[in-house]
Design a protein around this ligand. Structure first.
Ligand code: B12
Ligand code: SF4
Length: 432
């Protein structure tokens, strides 16, 4: 089968820009489409191509005309979902290809894609289930259903066979097809860390249940890990790319395995600057793990601080504390590991709250503070709980830089205050 996998272009709309002329908030993100490379890695025997529209905006049209796929698969997060539907419609108008959608939004809100332009929705991890779907299509046994895949029925309900995700879904022995995006490698850079960046997955999912997070939906709340040898293999496949972003939501979720992975990287003599997501209490409970990982190349730890009060953390079910956050920062700083701090700006923020956040960032010298505006994602507990306060349902605005819930501050002042803080933080970044 000829299979085209499509990464949507950078999308999303900006209220501060459209309503108030504030242009500094909208952000452009770059990085390789690892989800598609991973899915492609398990499609041997088929002719597979990736169209990365973030790197090459016309690649879909070019591939529809030149490659003539039998099946087109899209990935997408919430703010890309409308664009995916629009592009799926284009595929249907211009070709006879089947359309499959997977990724974060498909996993959190599969019904969104119950649309005439889409044939199947892959829910959660897709490396194995998509392979199974392709095989079932080829052998015409697809009507029996594939676990983890929903058949669309516009006007009716989705027919979804649930899947119990397990280690087998990682198909550990098959590496991502980095080669399919080799032409764009120079465009995959990470500002603030320096240089070309390659993405590697070492774990999936999370056993925590923070109210705002879409990650637990990907694995049904399970935490799954790649073997250290596979992670090392993938890092090596990236060749001379100097920075490796471990894209897992929680790289050190199994400290014993993380220890073994760190040691494997050290023993292999790999010299990469590594960026990874860390939970604060993993640092405070296992400081020795981070001493080892500093040696392995851990240059930047991304921590979801989210809130600066315990009550705020409790509301998010973060199961962490401000004291743990501060202690983790101190441990990492001591080790010379830079900290990117994610913070969630609530629509209830007042000017005093913005000031308090800036004071916290300054007092604890967070190297790269990244405040995003609270955005209840469909399919999360937060979305259910905050439903009455959501004023904007158009997913184009779900970029984490728009207030989709009513703000306590007058909206113009809210965005001006947020934009000014962001500017000061970004200046901070350029000096970090
Ligand atoms: C790397 C990354 C990016 C890269 C994406 C590179 C690209 N695609 O071009 C960049 C930096 C560009 C990016 C951008 C953004 N991101 Co981002 N990103 C991530 C991150 C850290 C890792 C994603 C990843 O590669 N995972 C590894 C792959 C292998 O796993 P996966 O994506 O889950 O894919 C599996 C399944 O989903 C499924 N699957 C996925 N796609 C497909 C397609 C098909 C056809 C099939 C069959 C299966 C399938 O199978 C895969 C393998 O099992 C995640 C957090 C996380 N840890 O997951 C956030 C995350 C996905 N991003 C998020 C967000 C919000 C954004 C931004 C809005 C920025 C922001 N403000 O945070 C922008 C959106 C871009 C835009 N403006 O259009 C949210 C999404 C929430 C949501 N549900 O919408 C996440 C979850 C982080 C978070 N804060 O919660 N991001
Ligand atoms: S925010 Fe982090 S710790 Fe919380 S559920 Fe998501 S991945 Fe897990």
């Amino acid at each position: 089968m000829k299979i085209l996998l499509v990464n949507p272009p950078n999308c999303g709309r900006s209220i501060p820009e459209e309503e108030y002329g504030i242009e500094t908030i909208k952000m452009i993100f770059r990085g390789e489409p690892l989800a598609l490379e991973v899915v492609a890695g398990n499609l041997d025997g088929h002719d597979v191509a990736i169209a990365d529209l973030k790197a090459a905006p016309n690649a879909l049209e070019d591939a529809l005309d030149g490659f003539e796929p039998d099946l087109v698969g899209f990935t997408g997060v919430a703010c890309e979902a409308n664009t995916v539907l629009r592009l799926a419609g284009k595929v249907k108008r211009r070709s006879g290809a089947l359309v499959v959608v997977g990724g974060h939004h498909a996993s959190c809100d599969p019904d969104f894609f119950n649309h005439e332009a889409v044939d199947y929705v892959v829910v959660g991890l897709g490396k194995l289930s998509f392979r199974e779907l392709v095989e079932a299509l080829a052998s015409r046994t697809v009507d029996a259903g594939v676990a983890g895949v929903a058949k669309t029925h516009p006007g009716g309900g989705l027919k979804h066979v649930p899947r119990a995700y397990s280690q087998a879904d990682l198909v550990d022995d098959r590496p991502p097809r980095y080669d399919l995006v080799a032409a764009h490698r120079d465009r995959y850079v990470m500002s603030g860390v320096g240089g070309k960046v390659g993405f590697v997955a070492s774990a999936y999912g999370c056993t925590h249940r923070c109210t705002f997070c879409s990650i637990p939906n990907m694995t049904g709340g399970r935490y799954l890990i790649h073997r250290p040898a596979s992670v090392l293999r993938d890092m090596r496949l990236l060749g001379d790319v100097p920075v490796v972003r471990l894209v897992d939501a929680n790289t050190f979720g199994d400290p014993e395995n993380a220890l073994s992975l760190g040691q494997t990287i050290i023993d292999a003599g790999l010299k990469k600057a590594i960026v990874a997501d860390v939970r604060a209490e993993t640092v405070t409970r296992h400081p020795e793990l981070f001493r080892l990982w500093k040696q392995a190349g851990l240059a930047v730890a991304v921590i979801g601080f989210e809130e600066i009060t315990d009550a705020g953390l409790e509301r998010l079910n973060k199961r962490s504390s401000v004291a743990a956050n501060i202690e983790a920062l101190a441990i990492l700083k001591d080790l010379g590991i830079r900290v990117v701090g994610d913070f969630i700006v609530s629509p209830d923020y007042t000017e005093a709250d913005f000031e308090a956040l800036e004071r916290f960032v300054a007092a604890h010298a967070v190297d790269l503070p990244l405040p995003s505006i609270l955005t209840p994602l469909p399919g999360t507990p937060q979305h259910r709980d905050m439903q009455p306060r959501i004023t904007i349902h158009d997913l184009d605005y779900y970029t984490f830089t728009n207030a989709v819930c009513r703000t306590r501050m007058e909206p113009r002042l809210f965005y001006q205050t947020y934009a000014a803080m962001l500017q000061r933080f970004l200046k901070h970044i350029s000096h970090a």
